[in-house]
Design a protein around this ligand. Sequence first.
Ligand code: CMX
Length: 132
Amino acid sequence: MKKVDHIGIAVRSIDEVLIYYTETLGCPLLKIEEVASQKVKVAFIDAGNIKLELLEPLDDTGAVAKFIEKRGEGIHHIAFGVENIEQRMAELRDKGVQLLSEHASPGAGGAMVAFLHPKSSNGVLYELCEKQ
Ligand code: CMX
């Protein structure tokens, strides 16, 4: 992996925390969108050499809602930018890494995404992210 694309941060309410990122920290808001397939609303923040992705649950059943319920708000995942996601997934699978899906699926910003199980990554949820 050569590039971290973004860091995902689970929050209860984007509306409530946005001013902290934009005004207090001085990092511009890039865009807000809903990713229905992941049951989240996301806000991308420009933090210079990297983006922060604020993740707000859309309901009580998604992965981020469960994360907040169990652990509270905080760093949720680290996303590597990759060029050929299906090939990367196959390479990692061959190396014994546990992936959370057979194939990549559409994520925020029109990217194709896939996740590595935190159990096979020392307790860290990693995302692979291929921009289209
Ligand atoms: N980072 C690190 N560990 C995590 C984690 C995270 N984000 N989320 C869950 N875990 C850990 C749990 O603490 C738990 O560990 P223990 O067994 O030691 O307690 C273990 O993983 C299993 O967790 P769980 O609470 O039982 O939750 P689930 O098994 O239902 O789901 C996971 C965990 C990672 C498989 C699920 O969250 C998932 O499929 N994630 C991928 C999709 C996703 O996260 N989407 C949201 C982001 C969308 C986006 O970026 O657009």
